[in-house]
Each structure stands twice: as C-alpha cells, then as structure tokens.
Design a protein. Structure first.
Ligand code: SF4
Ligand code: SF4
Length: 383
C-alpha cells in the first residue's frame, strides 16, 4: 500500500504552491504596518510571554497578565502582539537618564552615599491619579518615534560619570525589564550594582530573571490597603505585591518599603497600622520603611500631608517593632536619620538626600553597642 504517501506528497505540493503564492503576494504588497515596526531597535521580542488560544498571547511580565489579541497592545501599551508573538516597543527607549544619589530613591541602607545612573521609559501598569512623574508615566509610547539607547553605551556612561550603580526608576521599571536585564548583566561585569524603584507588581518569573541579571536592590511602594489599590490604581491585587515583598526578601534582595502618605486617602490610623503589620510579617523588622510626604500632583489636589501625620506613622512603626522607620520629603527632620535599634545611637545623619555623617563600623555594626545594622553594599564617602 504505497498510495497514501503519494496522496500526502500531492497535498504537500498543493500547500507549498499556496505558500509560495502568498509569499510572492506579500513581496508585491510589502510588509504590513505592524511588521515594519520589527526593524526598529526598540521593538524587541519579549522574554516574558506565552502563546494563548488562536493568535493571542499572554504577557507574563506583570501580574495584570494581559491576554493580547493580534495587532493589539496590553494595558500598559508597551507590549504589542505582532503575528502571534509579543514584542516590547520600549526596549532601550528612554524617557529620562540622570546620575542621582541613592538616598533620593529612597534607599537608605543600600550603598549609602553612592550615586546611580537612573533611567526610565514611558507609561505605567498602574493608574495612580497622584502620580508625581505623570509626564512620563501617562504617555503611551509611539514605537516609531522612540529614541533608542544601546545597553553597553548606558553602562559606559555610568562608569565614565563615576556612578557606583544602575537604577531603573521614575515610572514603573518593570516595563523596561527586557532591556534592563541586558544593561544589568553588562553592569555586573563592570562592578556596578543594580536596583529597581518599583510598584512591586512584576511576576515571579520577572523577579527571578532580574536577580539572575545581577539586580539585588528593590524598593517597593505600598500605596495603602486593598481598597486604595482597587479604587485608585486600576484593579490591582495588593496580595501579589506583599507576595513579592516576601519573596524578594527570601531570595536575598535588599528590600526597602515606601508608603506615600496621602491626605484623606491612606493616612488614617487603621490603614497605616495595617501596612506596618504586614511589613513586619512579610519583610521583617529589619526592613527600612519610609513614610513620605505627598504633594499635590497630576489629578490630585488634596493638601500636602501634615508633618504630624508622618510623625505618627513613624512612631507607630517604631512602637510596633520596625527597626528602621523614616520620614521622607521633609528635609532636616530628625526622623530622616538612622538610629541604632538597640541603644539609639545616631548612626547615619542625613540632610535630604545627602549623608552628613556615617557612624557605622566597616562590618556594619553600631560602634557603641555592636548591634548588627542591615546595610547592603559599601558606604561611599563623597569629597
Ligand atoms: S507588562 Fe503591560 S502588557 Fe504585560 S501584563 Fe503588565 S500591563 Fe499587561
Ligand atoms: S505606579 Fe508609580 S509611576 Fe505608575 S502611576 Fe503609580 S505612582 Fe505613577
């Protein structure tokens, strides 16, 4: 019985003919507008996606896990489905780049005194109406109008500028992850640290890939309780953020938490207490927690946070067991310094984003009582 194979070959020849015809037609007509984007350096196949049904794809970069049909973007408008593959349109498409003190992030226990070359792209996966960087985070990227930066050039710039590290910040850095990973890998070879200032909504797949690229610093925003996230941030599952806090600590990241305390929104005692309780449980008492002052921005015009409210949050955190609470955006306040959790010795004196005095031993202990202080990296003394 040799007939069936002849039939198959016959049918294959027919299919081959149709394929050749379609190819010829495409050559005549040219690439589609979407396919033309594939030639741009900032349009890059994403590392973080799975095929879904039909020609749809599932983005697994952040916990929104968008299912994206052919020709469409995900929620953040940085991921585009072209022919059943997922592409980032912001690979190396930077919106800002600047060397900045690490204290401004704020990171107070990570490479104190150092500077990090800091960069960002466009857009965000959250909707916060108080966004302080809304001129970057509320912009939908146009793939063919982006300025592209090569990973090696960025690392060279950091080294030439005398920065000790690299930091993705300003808008949500998760959206720049494919490019950040390439930058961080090169940076690690050149002795630079790498960190994120993030809303903490990346998937565990992304977190793991970032760690493998050399990133070891993670600042996570806690914006309030689940009601605040639901009402203001666009249907975000707060549990995923606390899971990431816990997982990042377990994986060995240096983690700091930031709560932007917003007047009449997340500044009541119950909300603040809930954040502190959860921080203790998921991150542990040695994790720095910053209560930062809000100022009106974007669509929010509530008055700036009262300093007394920030002080209450600080005092509550300390009395509940957090060892390193801070107040942020209030330069000169006594609660922006680091005190020994054991003997209360003044260990790091700051003014705003500058370290004025550093009083911790080389092996990260209090010089007075020997208590171990949670510090990652070296203190960089600026001249
Ligand atoms: S990164 Fe963007 S496209 Fe991907 S899941 Fe998150 S919001 Fe959706
Ligand atoms: S997560 Fe951050 S960058 Fe994004 S909208 Fe909210 S405040 Fe802005």
């Amino acid at each position: 019985m040799n007939e069936p194979p002849i039939f198959i070959i016959d049918s294959l020849i027919g299919k081959l003919g149709i394929l050749l015809f379609l190819c010829a037609l495409k050559c005549l007509v040219g690439a589609s507008p979407l396919e033309k984007l594939l030639h741009l350096p900032n349009v890059h196949e994403s590392t973080f996606y799975r095929r879904a049904s039909g020609d749809r794809v599932e983005c697994i970069l952040c916990e929104r896990r968008c299912i994206i049909p052919f020709g469409e973007y995900g929620f953040c408008r940085t991921r585009l489905n072209i022919n059943g593959r997922l592409y980032t349109v912001v690979y190396g498409a930077l919106s800002a780049i600047e060397g900045r003190p690490i204290e401004i992030k704020p990171f107070f226990h990570y490479w104190p005194g150092s500077t990090a070359l800091t960069f960002s792209t466009w857009s965000c996966n959250f909707n916060c109406p108080w966004c302080q960087n809304w001129t970057l985070s509320k912009v939908s990227p146009s793939p063919d109008k982006m300025e592209y930066y090569d990973p090696l050039d960025i690392v060279n710039l950091a080294v030439q500028s005398g920065d000790e590290g690299l930091c993705a910040s300003f808008q949500e850095p998760t959206l720049l992850t494919d490019w950040n990973i390439d930058v961080f890998k090169i940076g690690r070879e050149m002795g630079l640290y790498a960190c994120y200032v993030s809303n903490g909504y990346m998937t565990l797949e992304a977190l793991k890939a970032l760690q493998e690229s050399g990133m070891d610093g993670l600042k996570i925003d806690i914006k309030g309780d689940s009601e605040v996230y639901e009402k203001f941030c666009g249907g975000i599952d707060l549990e995923k953020i606390w899971r990431n806090v816990n997982e990042a600590k377990r994986m060995g990241f240096h983690v700091e938490l930031v709560n932007l305390v917003i007047t009449g929104t997340n500044d009541d005692e119950e909300c603040l207490r809930g954040i502190i309780e959860r921080a203790l449980k998921e991150a542990g008492p040695d994790t720095p927690i910053h209560f930062t002052r809000y100022y009106p921005a974007y669509k929010f015009d509530k008055p700036a946070t009262s300093i007394r409210t920030l002080e209450k949050a600080y005092e509550m955190a300390r009395s509940m067991g957090m060892q390193y609470p801070y107040i942020g955006n209030v330069p000169g306040h006594r609660y922006e310094h680091t005190y020994c959790p054991n003997c209360h010795e003044l260990l790091i004196k700051r003014y705003g984003f500058s370290v004025i005095r550093y009083n911790i031993t080389e092996d990260n202990k209090c010089p007075k009582c020997g208590f171990s202080i949670n510090i990652r990296g070296k203190y960089i003394r600026r001249k």
